[in-house]
Design a protein around this ligand. Structure first.
Ligand code: PBG
Length: 331
């Protein structure tokens, strides 16, 4: 009697490289990557961030060099984060409104270096500028006040747009800030400045190395749980996204990345809008630690994790591995 062989052999399509390439559903390209960069004062300065091996803070000349590098690699967008000098941090984070702060100068330096060949995404939140490390203005009990913080964020956004930012990216999680920022941008003649909302941003344990990089870790008292989302929630993420879209967000972000791909997928299926994810500092550090421990191959881990974001529904990914990944993809 003839054995009952399978009629469907899915392994047929996997049997050779050309066939796997032909059948691959999801592609990762350098154009899917947004490269976060940390800025510091000075000239010719590169300060390695100890908890983020391979990542440094750069002075403006270094930022301009990274911008040229990114253009050559086909990376379409840079995300900027400042390391503000301690003497410029204050209770109210007013340095965020200074037209000559690090963010604004870095934005102009990138423009001078590469023109409009790359997008500049600027982070809106007060934590790099406050003496207490919270993302907004606090009351005597340390509670982050919503509406006065939104006013400050509007000022910060206008300041960044005036310096030439292409995408305003509020990472603060205050209620109502997207609408307030959109109205203000329109009123100031910045109709084409985009808003990428950190719509579903969780109060996560994966942000530690980032806080080292911007110098807010030692300053932060308490946590951010009264504004960032509870990691147990996903319906609430859909509500956050719905509100931000209704208020005028052009695209939305989910953050952190890999542990939250279920949220990416739910948001993509529900809203059918551009969704981005942030593979955050702790995720980067985890991969680097695994590589250092001999537990995996860096190139393979980087490309597989980034591809997973695409498969889940992302239009693009913010990742500290952006330049490395783009190099691998271009090779
Ligand atoms: C703060 C902000 C954080 C990150 C981006 N913007 C940290 C936080 O919320 O405390 C984290 C990014 C990362 O960990 O790579 N506005």
């Amino acid at each position: 009697m003839t054995p009952a062989y399978p009629h469907a052999r899915l392994r047929r399509a996997r049997a050779s490289g050309w066939s796997r390439a032909l059948h691959r559903e999801t592609l990762l390209t350098p154009a899917d990557l947004i490269w976060p960069l940390f800025i510091t004062e000075g000239h010719g300065v590169e300060e390695p961030v100890a908890s983020l091996p391979g990542v440094s803070r750069w002075s403006l000349d270094g930022i301009a060099a990274r911008a040229r590098e990114a253009v050559a690699l086909g990376i379409p967008c840079l995300a900027l984060f400042p390391h503000t000098q301690p003497e410029r941090r204050s209770e109210d984070g007013r340095e965020a409104l200074n037209p000559d702060n690090l963010m604004c100068r870095a934005t102009r330096a990138i423009r001078d270096a590469v023109g409009d060949a790359i997008g500049v995404l600027t982070d809106v939140a007060l934590d790099p500028y406050t003496s207490h490390g919270q993302d907004g203005l606090i009351d005597d009990a340390g509670y982050v006040l919503n509406d006065v913080t939104v006013e400050a964020l509007v000022g910060q956004s206008l300041n960044q747009a005036a310096a030439g930012a292409d995408i305003i990216a509020p990472s603060d999680m205050m209620d109502g800030r997207i609408g307030a920022i959109r109205v203000a941008l329109e009123g100031a003649g910045h109709a084409n400045v985009q808003i990428m909302s950190y719509a579903a941003k969780y109060a996560s344990a994966f942000y530690g190395p980032f806080r080292d990089a911007v110098g807010s870790r030692g300053l932060l008292k308490g946590d951010k749980k009264t504004y960032q989302m509870d990691p147990g929630n996903s319906e609430e993420a859909l509500r956050e996204v719905a509100l931000d879209l209704a208020e005028g967000a052009d695209s939305v972000m989910v953050k952190p990345g890999l542990p939250y791909l279920d949220i990416v997928r739910r948001v993509k299926e529900r809203f059918e809008v551009p969704v981005f994810a942030y593979q955050v500092s702790g995720e980067y550090a985890m991969i680097e630690a695994a590589v250092a421990a001999g537990a995996g191959d860096r190139d393979a881990l980087v490309l597989e994790t980034l591809l997973a974001f695409k498969r889940a529904g992302c239009s693009g990914v913010l990742t500290y591995h952006a330049a490395h990944a783009a190099r691998l993809l271009g090779a």
